[in-house]
Write a protein that binds this ligand. Structure first.
Ligand SMILES: Nc1ncnc2c1ncn2[C@@H]1O[C@H](COP(=O)(O)OP(=O)(O)OP(=O)(O)O)[C@@H](O)[C@H]1O
Ligand SMILES: [Mg+2]
Length: 780
């Protein structure tokens, strides 16, 4: 390849322009934008003197004023084809590489870089190898061009025509984006074989990079295509649905729903929500489960009594009559309810407290609430909280939950058919709590006048106004009601009934009701007064009248059967017939012990079911002075037994009890009817009496019952539930009772009927109790 080497070998003195980021090769035409002052001067000088330029690359691109050491010594001599002056003092130069050359000397020129260069000569050590390398490079370059979309494909034919290895290398270099040092290494190589090898390695690595790029592109493309496909399919699906829905836009169910919604007065925000969801519903195919879910929801919205208010009865005397007509007695409860009604009447917006009716089972709490609705002429709904343990039962599940429904409050409001019903939250004390959240917290929101204007059910997700609702709650026991709830309620006690009251309730209400229910409305069936008293005394043991009602029902059904069999006109239920209808007596009227015995005391207890007479027994066994307690006693009751035992020791001398009775014997106290849990401190007096009676062997009077808490000093403290306890004593046939002096004021407030025939002893100390109950031989 001698023609390559036969270049002009003369040293030339040329202006130098340092290049940034590119390496110029012979045969390469490049446009250069030149801005550095001395470079511009160099160009001007060369252009005027018609000299070529020496173009060499900077070792580091970002050096602004390079020293000779910052510039590669080997570069390219280039002819200036064209110079264009740009506006801002810069020039654009079109230059064409001519030959490789090396700096021999830097000339000291303050204006621009000037160098003396010597042209470099290439040589080949192996012509055969050169040929082989040339072909390989052509092939690789062809491959590269075919892979690189930025190079026009017809460049392949141009390349195929190049036979000069130097030209080929220059063509390759002009087209690959390799780094400056790599390209510089190719430029500097004089050995043609070596230069081809270096070029080959550069282009091979570029091909690798292209392949990797291609691979990446393909993967990106794939992903894009998948996304696009999804997008298109979705769009198609939408179109198909639209098409289908258009056909079914007069779907009956949707039509009905729309018609229903048109008729009601939804509040603004509800209407908005309804319309929005309705819009969505029309777009969902009606076969899909989503349709059903949304449709059910909209139905709920449309079924609520939005804007429906019943007209209240404003006449308080009519209200009074209604309450009187439907329930016997309950004087105080009725009075307080009427007060409430009056206040609400005067100020319909008044957020009076919620009524809570508290009392033993069967005393008419639930049915009295119903009467309140009648008295006010409002609709009535009842929701029993017994066993509710999940917040969602009250406030519903979110719609995302499978099978979600609104909570009971909303369900009941739908049933109520008006925004202002009487809403009974029955048995609020029977609610419990578990891991699914505290229902009482949700209930608080329902009952709190500050919050219930905008009650939020999870399912509904629109606010519902509960502020016009008349809430009534009921409970058997206040202790089980969470304090924050209790705090918002006005307690009205519904006490137990006396025998006389029960007899009256039966006569005036239960018998007519049962006759009606059993289809004997017009039939002449009458109960003798004594029969009713007998049923109360011997077949029931309750504070309320539920069991009484059941027994009356039983008799009436039996009579109904007889009537069908024998065609009788009327029946009178005499006391003699009771046993025939109801079987043997269940209870002794008097639970009084037959004889006075040591250690047996009648205590009066209060339970959820009303009052009761409990017999407390004690006896001594050889032992070490331990106190043994049986009969399912609660902690408070156990403590009060301890106190009683300790106090009994103080009394020992007075009753002639020897110390060894405490040291060498165990005291066993038992409260029978073991299955019923008992608690409270009010059995204190009964326990001391029983212990002292056992130790002293003085029998206790069997016709006295007692109640009272005892302190370690022997004082008697007041107790609760007195009314129920007095009723229980009478029910048990005991007419003498010992009660704390401090309870005297409660007795003063009681009706004559309860106190009739009762002999009450008020006491302040245990001594006074023992004086009354122990049958001291000396005294009696
Ligand atoms: N004073 C009364 N006058 C007329 N009927 C009464 C009276 N008290 C109770 N009743 C009747 O006794 C039955 C039981 O009453 P209700 O179910 O209201 O009791 P409750 O107090 O709610 O009991 P629970 O605490 O067990 O729920 C009903 O049929 C009711 O009408
Ligand atoms: Mg009830």
């Amino acid at each position: 390849m001698s023609d390559l080497i036969e270049k002009n070998a003369n040293n030339q003195r040329l202006p130098l322009i340092p290049l940034r980021g590119i390496v110029l090769f012979p045969y390469m035409v490049v446009p250069l934008i030149i801005g550095r002052e001395n470079s511009v001067k160099a160009v001007t000088y060369a252009f005027e003197k018609k000299l070529p330029l020496f173009l060499a690359s900077q070792k580091k691109k970002d050096v602004e004023t390079p020293e000779p050491g910052d510039i590669y010594e080997i570069g390219c001599v280039a002819d200036i084809i064209e110079v264009i002056n740009l506006t801002n003092g810069m020039v654009r130069v079109l230059a064409e590489g001519v030959s490789r050359a090396q700096v021999k000397k830097f000339i000291n020129n303050p204006e621009f870089y000037e160098v003396e260069v010597e042209e470099l000569k290439s040589f080949s050590r192996d012509e055969k190898e050169l040929e082989a390398l040339l072909r390989t490079l052509k092939e690789k370059f062809g491959e590269y061009i075919s892979m690189n979309p930025k190079i026009p494909k017809d460049a392949i034919t141009t390349v195929a025509a190049i036979d000069d290895s130097e030209k080929l290398i220059d063509a390759v270099m002009a087209n690959i984006p390799s780094q400056v040092p790599d390209k510089q290494a190719v430029l500097e190589e004089n050995d043609m074989n070596e230069r081809l090898i270096k070029t080959l390695s550069l282009i091979s690595s570029e091909i690798e990079v292209l392949k990797i790029e291609d691979d990446i592109n393909k993967r990106v493309q794939d992903r894009l295509e998948k996304m696009q496909k999804r997008y298109f399919l979705n769009e198609q699906l939408k179109e198909i649905r639209k098409e289908l829905d258009e056909g079914e836009s007069d779907d009956e169910t949707i039509k009905d729903l729309k018609a229903k919604a048109k008729k009601i007065k939804m509040p603004e925000d509800v209407k908005e929500k309804f319309d929005k969801e309705m819009e969505r519903l029309t777009k969902i195919p009606n076969m899909s489960p989503e349709f059903t879910v949304l449709h059910t929801y909209l139905e709920w919205l449309a079924d609520m009594p939005w804007g429906v208010y019943t007209q209240d009865n404003k006449d308080i005397s009519i209200a009074e009559d209604t309450l009187e007509k439907e329930h016997f007695g309950l004087k105080e409860a009725k009075e307080r309810i009427l007060d409430f009604i009056a206040i609400r009447q005067l100020n319909p917006k008044s957020k009076g407290p919620i009524i809570c009716l508290v009392g033993p089972p069967g005393t008419g709490k639930t049915s009295l609430s119903k009467s309140v609705a009648h008295a006010l002429n409002r609709n009535f709904v009842r929701f029993s909280l017994g066993g509710v343990r999940d917040e969602a039962e009250i406030r519903g599940h979110r719609r995302t939950y499978v099978g979600a429904m609104p909570g009971k409050i909303i369900q009941m409001m739908k049933k109520a058919n008006s925004m202002n019903p009487v809403f009974l939250l029955d048995e609020i004390d029977k609610m419990s709590m578990d891991f699914r959240g505290d229902p009482s917290a949700a209930l608080l929101e329902v009952l709190d006048p500050e919050q219930n204007k905008a009650f939020n059910d999870h399912y509904f997700s629109v606010d519902f106004d509960l502020s016009y609702v008349f809430f009534i709650t009921t409970a058997n026991n206040l202790y089980n009601i969470p304090v924050p709830l209790l705090d918002r309620m006005e307690i009205i006690e519904i006490p137990g009934y006396t025998e006389i009251e029960k007899k009256e309730i039966a006569k005036q209400f239960l018998i007519p009701k049962q006759k009606e229910e059993n289809g004997l409305g017009g039939f002449g069936i009458s109960f003798a007064e004594q029969s009713l008293l007998d049923i109360v005394r011997y077949y029931t043991k309750e504070a309320g009248v539920r069991s009484l009602e059941r027994h009356i029902g039983k008799i009436i059904r039996k009579v109904a059967r007889e009537k069908i069999k024998k065609d009788i006109k009327s029946v009178k239920i005499t006391p003699q017939k009771i046993e025939k209808y109801l079987g043997l007596r269940k209870y002794d009227y008097t639970s009084m012990q037959k004889m006075p015995r040591p250690g047996v005391i009648a205590g009066l207890a209060w339970t959820e079911a009303g009052g009761d007479v409990l017999y407390i027994e004690s006896s001594l066994f050889k032992g070490k002075g331990n106190l043994i307690l049986t009969g399912k006693l609660g902690d408070v009751m156990k403590e009060s037994a301890q106190i009683a035992y300790s106090y009994a020791k103080n009394l020992a001398p007075k009753y002639g009890i020897k110390q060894e009775s405490f040291d060498k014997y165990d005291m066993h106290i038992h409260v029978p009817e073991g299955a019923i849990p008992k608690d409270g401190p009010s059995a204190g007096v009964s326990m001391v009496s029983s212990i002292v009676s056992t130790l002293s062997q003085l029998p206790a009077r069997n016709d006295i019952a007692m109640t009272g808490e005892v302190t370690l000093k022997g004082d008697v403290l007041p107790i609760g539930g007195l009314r129920e306890k007095l009723l229980a004593a009478k029910r048990g046939g005991i007419f003498n009772v010992i009660i704390p002096k401090k309870n005297e004021k409660d007795v003063k407030e009681m009706e004559e009927q309860i106190l009739a025939n009762l002999n009450i002893y008020y006491v302040e100390s245990v001594d006074q109790v023992l004086d009354k109950v122990l049958m001291n031989q000396a005294k009696d």
